[in-house]
Design a protein around this ligand. Structure first.
Ligand code: SF4
Ligand code: SF4
Length: 109
C-alpha cells in the first residue's frame, strides 16, 4: 500500500439505533450537576492517570450524552480517585463523586 504521509480519521457518525438515549438521564437522576459540564477539558488536563491511560472525565461525559455507557466506563477505568479534577472544575462539579456514580450505574464497581 502506498504511504501518502497521512491517514483518514475514523468515522464519528453516531448510530442512534445502537445507543440508549436515556443513558444521560439515568446519571442526572443521581448526579444533577453533570448537566453543568461545558466540556472545557480542565479535568482531563490535570489528571495524572490520563498521561498513562485513556482516562478522561470530559470524554466520559461526552460519551454519556451520546448514549454510550460502556464507552464512558472505558474512559474512567484508569481513575485513581485522587480528586484533582474536582479541584479545577470551573463549574464546581464534584467530578470524583460523579466518576464513582458512573462506574456504579454501569456495573464497573
Ligand atoms: S472541568 Fe468540569 S466543566 Fe470542564 S470538562 Fe471537566 S467536568 Fe466538565
Ligand atoms: S479523580 Fe480520577 S479522573 Fe480525576 S484527576 Fe484523579 S485520577 Fe484523574
Amino acid at each position: 500500500m502506498v504511504d501518502f504521509g497521512f491517514s483518514l480519521s475514523p468515522s464519528s457518525r453516531i448510530d442512534l439505533d445502537e445507543f440508549d438515549r436515556k443513558t444521560f438521564d439515568r446519571l442526572l437522576a443521581l448526579e444533577p450537576d453533570a448537566k453543568k459540564c461545558m466540556e472545557c477539558g480542565s479535568c482531563s488536563a490535570v489528571c495524572t492517570a490520563s498521561r498513562y491511560t485513556e482516562t478522561s472525565v470530559r470524554r466520559a461525559l461526552h460519551a454519556l450524552r451520546n448514549g454510550c455507557g460502556a464507552q464512558a466506563v472505558e474512559e474512567l477505568k484508569g481513575c485513581q480517585f485522587c480528586g484533582k479534577c474536582t479541584m479545577v472544575c470551573p463549574r464546581g462539579i464534584n467530578t470524583r463523586h460523579l466518576i464513582l456514580s458512573i462506574l456504579k450505574i454501569y456495573g464497573a464497581l
